[in-house]
Design a protein around this ligand. Structure first.
Ligand code: CMP
Length: 140
């Protein structure tokens, strides 16, 4: 297996409930290393651009509104098979369908306020990491 990097976002429902440390502990327990991290406020333009792939979906406007409703923590996670591993650790998008040990089963409030985002492929991970981080901000 190869060492990969993936983009993670702790969403506004997680920062509002002061869950940054608890969620980060889950990543680290599963061998994912946080090699970059910053707490930022997304704007309508940045949230809209980040989720542009969902522009035609009925939930797009609500998703953008939610993502700008409070600070987020954007992160780069590094580890063996990091893209797939993070998706396992996060659980299904809809917390009602997520396995019990996952972050979304434990912490998410709804399919929209689902606490975390993680890249869904290695190619998207590269693009999503570059969206938020300069190479000099990533410190393995
Ligand atoms: P995320 O992994 O960040 O990618 C897109 C987000 O859209 C997703 O998590 C959900 O939080 C949000 N979303 C809201 N409604 C839906 C829906 N019906 N289906 C899929 N994603 C949704």
């Amino acid at each position: 297996m190869a060492v990969e990097r993936t983009l993670s976002i702790l969403k506004p429902d997680a920062t509002r409930r002061n869950l940054t440390g608890k969620i980060n502990a889950v990543f680290e327990e599963h061998g994912l290393r946080i090699v970059a991290q910053k707490r930022i406020q997304l704007t309508p333009a940045t949230a809209g651009a980040f989720y542009a792939v969902h522009k035609e979906r009925p939930f797009y406007n609500d998703l953008v509104s939610f993502m700008i409703s409070g600070p987020v923590v954007v992160q780069v996670l590094e580890g063996e098979n990091a893209v797939a591993k993070n998706r396992d650790v996060m659980g299904a998008t809809d917390p009602k369908k997520a396995e019990a040990h996952t972050i979304r089963a434990k912490f998410a409030e709804s399919i929209e306020a689902n606490s975390v985002h993680g890249s869904d492929s290695l190619e998207n991970a590269k693009n999503e990491i570059a969206f938020f981080f300069a190479g000099t901000e990533i410190l393995p």
